[in-house]
Design a binder for this molecule. Sequence first.
Ligand code: S3P
Length: 442
Amino acid sequence: MNDGGLIARPGGPLRGDVRAPGDKSISHRSLILGAMANGVSEVEGLLESADVLHTAQAMRAFGASITRTSTGGWHIEGRGALIEPADIIDCGNAGTGVRLIMGAAAGFSLAATFTGDQSLRGRPMMRVLTPLGQMGASWICREGGRLPLTLRGGSLSGVSYRLPQPSAQVKSAILLAGLNAAGETEVFEPEHTRDHTERMLRAFGAEVRVVDSSSGRAIRLVGGQTLSGARISVPGDPSSAAFPLVAALITPGSEVTVRDVLLNPLRTGLFDTLLQMGADLTFSNVRESGAEQIGDVTARHGPLEGVIAPPERAASMIDEYPILAVAAAFARGQTVMRGIGELRVKESDRIAGMARSLRDSGVMVEEEPEGMVVTGASHTNHGVRGGASVQTHGDHRIAMSNLILGLAAIEPVSVDEAEMIGTSFPGFHELMTGLGADLLGA
Ligand code: S3P
């Protein structure tokens, strides 16, 4: 193992009351829309993770002034337009960052070159470039539509685009480009995906129309709208809250509350699935905060039953399958996860990564091209063995999921690299040890 690893050792119950870091999706969007808007935006609770800080740096390069205030808020002064950056834009590990910024930039008469870390340079960008190209943007890129690439924007026309795969990133990129395109832009999504862009565009004063039908949802906006600065309060990220909550569900004697968690129904698929598995999960203090619903979520240890996770729920829990697979490892019977081919093009191939690491911890997993089936170890009456030395391939969620497994397994679990956990969950180590977890640097 190299110096940057972590070991999770099985230990006593987890107990406590914590706040998850700010939502990553909303944090990226607040910086991008704030930079595009006219005037001042103030953001409270921004996720100060490596991914989001790359987006802040990128939006500065596109002309916005972005500063952290002495009280931990973020102050953005947008110009109402983006200007051509003087240097290459490095989006680090962030697929959301680069895809949304490309959409935003495409609406302006400029050229910009984007790159990212090794993981991001391997991820598909044609899914965004194809619709942006239909709108009139052009680009030069590596074989297969990979970063680094140079995008040239300006003089766009509205488009009507049907998403070939459920993707809030692609939807958002098209809508952001559509803000500065001639005429109307429409995105049609057969399956609903997270709607933070639509909600936040309205908070910045844009008019966005959403029309639901039996075949899906159409989102429309007319180009030529100028955004005005707004105040945004970023709720806790349910995708991060999932780690301490699942840790409590699988570790005997545990009770953990995570406060102020985003409860947008397009993000709560994991909670729905855990409830279906019989998890002792309760929601309190549910309320509106700005454009979103939030609440406190409490998880208590108890038995879990394997279930079929409905494929139509996939988009609302797309980042949570690795930790769901861990919950499934502790459940009685099989948990079937299908319709999740998109997991193969995330920060790493998460189906392969979880199948391999769970097997190394003694869990039975059948890997399918677009899914996986996990057989819970509780039928053996011996529990989950653990003991894996996990290669994370630079993927934060593979690292965190396997560490959570290690807290409740029989043998410790180690991960080869932990630094990238900071792309989405800075403070994961401290938060988990504060709850009683035995996590040690390796
Ligand atoms: C995100 C959308 C999802 C998700 C990602 C964040 C967003 O990606 O996996 O972590 O903020 O729009 P896709 O849109 O590619 O499914």
